[in-house]
Structures are given as C-alpha cells and as structure tokens.
Design a protein. Structure first.
Length: 275
C-alpha cells in the first residue's frame, strides 16, 4: 500500500500536469523570489536545504542564477518538506498544503566512496615516470581532478610534463611542415616553376591546400621572399613566435641559396624557362 507521503506526492504531480499551461506562462524568477523570502523567515537557506536533503551551495546557486534549473523530484522534496502546494510555488505564490505523513524527502542522497589516496599516489608516480595525463590517472583511480589535485606536487609535475610533451610534439609538427614547404619551394624554383599550390601538388603527388600547415608555410615563404602580391593567410595572425622564427629562418636559407635581396622575385634570378 502506498504511504500517505507517496499519495501526497502523486497528487502534487497530478496537479502540476493539470496546470501545465499556467506554469508555462509563469515567471520562474517569481518562484525563486518567493522561496528566497521564505528561507529568510524559516532559519535561512541552510536549514531549508537540509530538510529537503539538498546541498546549501546547490540551493543558493539555483536561487541566485535566473537561468539555473533543478529537477521535478527536487522541487517535490522541497514542497514535501515545507508543506508547499507545488503548483502555487511554481506560479510564484506561497500556499501551504498540509502533509499527513512524515514529510521525508523521497530522493536518496548520493553517496561518494572514500578515495584510495595510496593508490592515487602510486598511479601519479607511475604516470610521471612512464608518461600519461592527469585525465587518464583520474579515470584509472575512479576520482575527479579535484581529488587528484590534492596530491599537489605529483599532480602539477604530471601536468607540466604533459604540457611539455604536447609543446614538443607541436614544435616538431611545425618544423616538419616548414621543412617540407622549404624543400618544395626550392625544387620548384630551381626548375623554373612558380611555387604555387597546384605546382606543389603536381610535383609531390599530394594535395596541397592553404588550410594545411605546410600549405600556409609555402605561401608565407613566397611572401617573405618577394611575392608581395600574395594575400597573407588569415591563420598567420594566430601563429606563435616559435613558428614565425622557424619560418624566418627557412626564408633566410632560401634567400641565401638563391642569392636574393629583401624584395627580389626568385624567378627573375633563375636561368630557366617558366612552366
């Protein structure tokens, strides 16, 4: 047999469904204002939250943020614990609805297992030695990053190690792209061919595009070596100092190789017929 509390909750749900149109047209801020005033009169948000088995921070966030939402089950627990008529509350009015039962919230509070910090410490040490990320360690330990961060020294060391590895990999990728663009530029110009995307694609048998790092590098090398009529790719504005330094060094090597001045067109200095 259902308890009196369960019957009360079921009746509240029935009334909510029956009055959905009125609830949909109501301003949710009115409900939050009404509940905030009620909390002030009844011992503060902490006590009201405790009676509804709700964290005070959760209730404060929900009441303070106009766009914040909560679940129907949470609203039912608040109404049950404080003997509210839920429809009236959702519309922004405070109306009592006596509960014949115990008024115990129906939701079950989440239980968090105690973290195994010895295992977390061991996993962090292994990750620092073998390489890995804090996300992978957190997944292995079954904890969140804030729990992992309690082992501050190991946590920060692993993050720094991971960041260094990512930066080195990115630097290698940039260097490879610029080196490829430099090589293609030199081969095309030496053969008397203007180093366009199409020419690079034909020579290498691969598709070259401006959206690629090597393609952008080829365009920028052409621009730096005298072809000022070219449009600089928009992505160049977001490149870092390291990439620009690599590109500048590649341009200097090509300039020395072909004996070019600061604004010379390399194809005017090559004794080959253009194709």
């Amino acid at each position: 047999m259902p308890t009196s509390d369960e019957i009360w909750v079921a009746n509240q749900v029935r009334l909510v469904i029956k009055n959905l149109s009125a609830i949909a047209n109501a301003d949710p801020r009115a409900m939050k204002d009404e509940l905030s005033h009620y909390c002030c009169d009844r011992g503060g948000r902490k006590l009201v939250a405790e009676r509804a088995k709700m964290c005070k921070s959760q209730m404060s966030y929900w009441l303070n943020k106009p766009a914040a939402r909560t679940s129907l089950s949470q609203l039912l627990d608040i109404a049950l614990a404080e003997q509210f008529d839920l429809v009236s509350l959702l519309i922004g009015k405070h109306q009592r609805e006596p509960v014949p039962g115990s008024r115990e919230p129906r939701r079950v509070r989440r239980m968090s297992l105690r973290a195994d910090h010895a295992r977390i410490h061991r996993l962090l040490v292994e990750a620092n030695e073998l390489g890995g990320s804090v996300t992978e360690v957190a997944q292995q330990a079954g904890v969140n990053l804030s729990t992992l961060a309690k082992h501050e020294d190991l946590y920060l060391a692993l993050r720094e190690q991971r960041q260094d590895a990512m930066e080195h990999a990115e630097a290698a990728r940039r260097l490879e792209a610029i080196a490829e663009a430099e090589d293609v530029y030199a081969r095309l110009v030496s053969s008397g061919t203007r180093p366009t995307m199409r020419a690079a694609s034909d020579m290498t048998g691969e598709c070259w595009r401006e959206s690629q790092l090597r393609g952008m590098s080829l365009i920028l090398l052409r621009f730096k070596l005298g072809e000022k009529q070219l449009k600089v790719p928009g992505r160049y504005a977001s490149t870092g100092r390291e990439y620009r330094s690599m590109l500048r060094a590649a341009a200097e090597r090509l300039r020395d190789r072909f004996g070019l001045g600061p604004s010379a067109d390399p194809l005017r200095r090559v004794p080959f017929v253009l194709t």
